[in-house]
Unconditional design. Structure first.
Lengths: 448, 448
């Protein structure tokens, strides 16, 4: 009898799990269950459709219906998983027509993702508080702009919040970002780097209000304004970018253990506390490579990697997930901003004693026309002298610098090794002394 | 009495040595000797002035005269070092007026570089065979174009040859490249990658003749044509890009040992066989990180690093140079081409058994407008499964991918670790699955 693999969720983690399972077991019966109408699309692309860089929301569908046919994957869209029975090894579902089903599994992969979250704020039940998590969310915001919205308030200055702020400003709206914490991108950047990004956004015309928690949604049925830090702000459009929460209810109700981050606890094979049940993506907890503590970075790169590992294991193979570093990058107007490993603040929270080095340089030889500014901050553990984190912002070539430092962290490179490292150079492409090497020199000077 | 440090050569290696020496010893007497009129300019930038991307040759002067004043460096330009006496510890010089001098040293740094080299070809004594090594060489080529040269023959399809070919074609000349070996960029790329670059150059209108050694220079006083592989090619301009040879005569005459590469032998402190004498840059041999064999990559990045190490040591400090990987990159039209570590062919020559993986991908999310093609070839040692080399070509973000793999090689990352590595992603900046990770997957599939 063919192995029955059931996957709840059909985005980055779920579809990559299904593909890996199929490549591991050619005969398995693989079923994907998703509440959404569209499966296998890129959430990360949503702000760039709103901003107009990508023409259509449907362009984001990375895995079209034909993919599931070719890979012989049974996709159940617009179907909700209502219960997992780990004793009987079944998943109960209900589809949009109300039809219920009990689907048996040999291996189950939970890829239920995360949901946009609004704190318990007075008036939060009112209409018109729009998150940006699903394709439909994106279309709703796009429609509001097309119907003539002129002003927007973004609640939350994380990655999604700022990417959406930029997108809406590029569409001509007057945008205000409201953040409870005293800096933007608090999960990604240290305050010094956040300040520079903030000033750039303000120069582009985005208003940013920091240290202002949203206290109330105003309006009768539909929100027409908010109160934040005592101040009233009216707008046509209200984007909820407070953050996301792992969708763990289904797992918790089935007795699957959650970890200290409140996401589903997993081991290196992405197995949960229950045999033959795996969890991957934004709902799953794994281990941070530097701190060796539980972490839930909720990134697409992590989702596809975990999905692949769980898919191989669920299909009878053997694969390990080696942990997360939280490497992430974004583009805000012409500025690229990236991070890997720990920020100085995160290291402090993890009680790691650090030395940092920051350098401003250029992306091409100084004399080469079109050289753009770039800034690197390196975080080093003082005792071991090992590189444990970096933040980089610049006009180009940020992503792969982040990857280079990510590799260095994963292979426990010391800052001294980094300062001596062999790098490539050509006048149109970089400086003779690579900025990340210069940042390492800055750290060494402090260590002397 | 202040320490007397003499440096023969005043470009990348020499000036960086002088700067490092000054930072190490604030009171040392530091003297730089160069035959050239201009010191401290970027040779790597020359083709881009000829191509018109950089306005003036003088823009390439990275260290202006004021730099030597501020750093209290005694620069003797247009002065030739004629003899090193390691017994008396002196350098004999002659300046452009014919004035001779004997300069005593406590530490000597030899940074004599390399010179363009023309093989013993019939007629090589004729006028008009132009190398591109010095600023004056560049000005000479530029003048020839301004005086109406319509056609050019480039002899040699290495980096300088091709960069100059592109530059001249961009200036409107009809360009033919003649190469003795059966592929372009033989020191940098494997034949499969070289072929793709070649086709791109041919599509842009550059004629490339492979496997054709130059056999004769034709013309009376001035060269008007060449014979290559039996074929006669006439042109207005003849660029000698056969390669460079380390300038070792001065060192050899002083009894300083040369290595098996025929460059000056050095240890990890950049010391030569003679006490208190260092050698750095294009004239110095050092150790390849993968093969642990002598290597002379003759790259600017290596020159500045070696210069820094020798400068610190010569001034009484302690610094080690950790070896070379040959990381290099160039831009030819819109194509960026990079290498680090060993090519498949170089590994074969070093008798290392390899497995390779090649992948074609894009530089942004597939759905993001403007995504450019990128191609990665990974070279892995079969037994250890360690990454030992990579070649990458693409429309953008090649340099830092080379650096990332350079770090991986230096920290002995296995291909399995690379396939699992944490990388950063955003739709406008890269794919979810980083191409270098996918190339690692390709290798793993062959290792199974």
């Amino acid at each position: 009898m063919p192995k029955r693999i059931v996957i709840i969720g059909a985005h980055a983690a779920g579809v990559d799990a299904a593909s890996a399972a199929r490549k591991t077991d050619r005969t398995a019966e693989i079923t994907l269950i998703t509440e959404e109408k569209n499966a296998g699309y890129s959430r990360c692309g949503l702000p760039f459709v709103i901003g107009g860089q990508i023409p259509n929301f449907t362009d984001l569908i990375v895995f079209p219906p034909s993919y599931y046919q070719i890979m012989k994957l049974n996709l159940k869209a617009e179907t909700k998983a209502t219960k997992i029975d780990t004793g009987k090894k079944t998943v109960e579902t209900i589809d949009k027509t109300g039809k219920k089903e009990e689907i048996p599994y040999d291996s189950l992969i939970i890829a239920t993702g995360a949901s946009a979250f609004t704190p318990p704020i007075k008036g939060k039940e009112k209409q018109g508080i729009l998150p940006l998590r699903t394709l439909e969310d994106g279309q709703r915001i796009d429609q509001a702009v097309k119907k003539g919205a002129k002003t927007a308030v973004i609640m939350g200055a994380g990655l999604i919040g700022l990417e959406t702020a930029v997108a809406l400003q590029e569409r001509g709206l007057k945008v205000t970002v409201v953040e409870m914490l005293p800096q933007i991108l608090p999960a990604m950047l240290d305050a010094d780097f956040a300040k520079i990004v903030q000033e750039m956004l303000e120069q582009k015309g985005i208003e940013i209000l920091l240290g202002k928690p949203v206290e109330e949604f105003l309006g009768t049925d539909k929100v027409t304004g908010i109160v934040a830090g005592g101040e009233q702000i009216n707008a046509d459009l209200f984007i909820s970018a407070f953050g996301v929460r792992a969708n763990t209810q289904l797992a918790a109700e089935a007795g699957i253990a959650l970890g200290e981050t409140k996401a589903i606890k997993t081991n290196a094979r992405m197995e949960t506390s229950i045999k033959d049940v795996y969890a991957v993506g934004d709902c799953a907890e794994s281990t941070h490579i530097v701190t060796q503590k539980p972490a839930v970075p909720q990134l697409g790169t992590v989702a596809v990697r975990q999905g692949k590992v769980a898919g191989i294991n669920a299909a009878g193979g053997y694969s390990l997930f080696t942990g997360v570093l939280g490497s992430a990058v974004t583009q805000l107007y012409d500025m690229q901003v990236g991070v890997t490993g720990l920020t100085e603040a995160a290291a402090q929270r993890a009680r790691i004693e650090t030395v940092t080095g920051t350098i401003a340089s250029k992306t091409k030889a100084d004399y080469y026309p079109g050289a753009l500014p770039i800034k690197v901050k390196l975080v080093v553990e003082r005792e071991s002298q090992r590189v444990i984190g970096a933040q980089i912002m610049g006009g180009e070539e940020v992503t792969q610098r982040i990857n280079a430092i990510s590799f260095a962290i994963q292979k426990q490179m010391t800052v001294r090794e980094l300062a001596k490292a062999d790098t490539a150079y050509a006048p149109p492409l970089c400086e003779t002394w690579e900025p990340i090497v210069l940042a390492a020199e800055m750290v060494l000077m402090k260590l002397r």
